[in-house]
Design a protein around this ligand. Structure first.
Ligand code: COA
Length: 159
């Protein structure tokens, strides 16, 4: 069984992330989506909420599992017996950060490779922080995120 691990913050999951997950699923039997925490980010949604939003958006898609993690991504990969990590690059500005992360992961666990997948040009300019900014100013997000995420954003605004 060919498996790949796709880590990210997914705060929140966007159409671009869903597109990547579905494309990975075409090439792999199992896609393990890991909702990780980055020390660089202040999150809008909790880890449990981000997992739930992904699970709802991916309902009916088999072979895709979503789980939260507070560990190094390579540790999860080792435990799950997965030797490939997928990361998506949108434009050249993503590259330096991604290259550094792939290099660090390789040094932490030499048996693990990072595979880069190009974002669909349709989604190349969507980012979770852009969505969060639109939310902060009360704008419409339906163009960028799945319907269940739009709803969750609206509920968050009412709290
Ligand atoms: N469509 C839409 N957005 C995309 C995208 C696509 N196809 N591809 C990338 N992005 C965007 C995301 O929206 C996000 O945008 P933002 O920064 O504006 O919010 C950005 O690219 C990257 O986000 P994401 O893919 O969610 O990853 P991240 O950089 O937030 O996550 C972790 C990094 C969580 C995977 C990493 O920190 C990690 O593995 N943490 C666990 C600890 C660890 O092992 N650290 C690594 C040691 S080097």
């Amino acid at each position: 069984m060919k498996s790949i691990l796709y880590p990210g913050s997914f705060d929140p999951v966007t159409h671009g992330h869903i597109d990547v997950i579905l494309r990975l699923r075409k090439a792999f039997d199992r896609v393990l989506v890991v909702v990780a925490n980055s020390t660089r980010k202040n999150y809008l949604f909790s880890s449990a909420e981000r997992v739930q939003l992904l699970q709802e958006a991916l309902r009916g898609v088999d072979g895709v599992l979503v789980q939260a993690s507070d560990e190094l991504t390579v540790k999860v990969a080792q435990r799950e017996n997965i030797s490939l990590i997928a990361r998506s690059v949108r434009t050249t500005s993503d590259w330096e950060y991604e290259y550094a992360m792939a290099d660090a992961n390789k040094k932490l666990s030499p048996g693990i490779e990072t595979l880069f997948i190009m974002a669909d040009p349709k989604y190349a300019f969507i980012s979770s922080s852009l969505v969060r900014e639109i939310v902060a100013f009360g704008g419409e997000t339906a163009e960028f995120v799945p319907a269940n995420v739009v709803k969750a954003i609206q509920l968050k605004g009412k709290k």
